[in-house]
Design a protein around this ligand. Structure first.
Ligand code: COA
Length: 170
C-alpha cells in the first residue's frame, strides 16, 4: 500500500498552490492558468522567479508590480523568489506546484521538471492545468518581440501590461 505523505494537510487548513514562473511579462496565458488555479485552491502563491537562468527584459520589481496589478484578487499572493522552487513551496506551507500546459511540446520539459522536483521533494505534488485555446500560442518572448516592434498586444497581455510595455519600449 502507498505510504502516507508525511506532510498531509491538516483538516480545515487552507489548500495552497504555488504557480511559479519568470513572468517577463505576465501574459493572458499566465492569467488564464492563475484563475483556473484559484478555482481549485484557497490561496494561489504566484512565485515570481528572479530569472537568473534568463536575461529578463523587466526587473524583478517591475515583474512583481505588474503581476500584483493584474492578479489583484485576495486569493492571490505575489512573492518574488530565488533558489530552488521546492524550498520556496515548503516555506509557503504549500503542497502543490501548479504548472500550465499549452501544447504537447510543453510536455517533455514539464515532465522533466516535475520529476526533478519530485526527486528533491517527494512530499510535494505537481498539478498541470490546460490553458485555453486562445492562449495556447502565447509566450513571454512573443509578447516582448511584438512589443519591441510596436505591434498590437491586446490578445496577448492584460491592458496594464500592454500600456507599461508600450511606454518602456517607446
Ligand atoms: N501562458 C503563456 N506563456 C506561458 C505559460 C502560459 N500558461 N506557461 C509558460 N509560459 C511561457 C513563459 O512566459 C516563458 O516564456 P519565455 O521563455 O518566452 O519567456 C516560457 O513559457 C517558459 O515558462 P516557464 O516554464 O514557466 O519558465 P520560466 O522560466 O518562466 O519559469 C521556473 C521556470 C522559474 C518555474 C523554474 O525554472 C524554476 O523552478 N526555477 C527555480 C530552480 C528550480 O527549482 N528548478 C527546478 C529543479 S532543477
Amino acid at each position: 500500500m502507498k505510504k502516507k505523505r508525511s506532510t498531509s494537510r491538516k483538516a480545515n487548513s487552507p489548500r495552497i498552490g504555488v504557480y511559479a514562473g519568470t513572468f517577463d511579462p505576465i501574459t493572458n496565458g499566465h492569467v488564464d492558468i492563475a484563475h483556473r488555479a484559484a478555482e481549485l485552491f484557497d490561496e494561489v502563491v504566484i512565485a515570481v522567479a528572479s530569472g537568473s537562468h534568463k536575461t529578463p527584459l523587466l526587473s524583478l520589481e517591475e515583474r512583481v508590480r505588474l503581476t500584483k496589478r493584474v492578479l489583484s484578487k485576495s486569493c492571490f499572493k505575489i512573492v518574488p523568489f530565488d533558489g530552488l522552487l521546492v524550498d520556496f513551496v515548503r516555506e509557503q506551507r504549500a503542497e502543490v506546484i501548479i504548472r500550465g500546459l499549452r501544447a504537447v511540446s510543453d510536455y517533455e520539459y514539464e515532465a522533466q521538471m516535475a520529476m526533478a522536483n519530485r526527486q528533491l521533494a517527494p512530499d510535494l505534488e505537481t498539478v498541470f492545468l490546460m490553458t485555453s485555446d486562445r492562449c495556447s500560442f502565447i509566450t513571454s518572448s512573443i509578447v516582448r518581440e511584438v512589443a519591441r516592434h510596436g505591434g498590437e498586444l491586446k490578445a496577448l497581455v492584460p491592458p496594464a501590461v500592454a500600456t507599461y510595455l508600450k511606454k518602456l519600449l517607446r
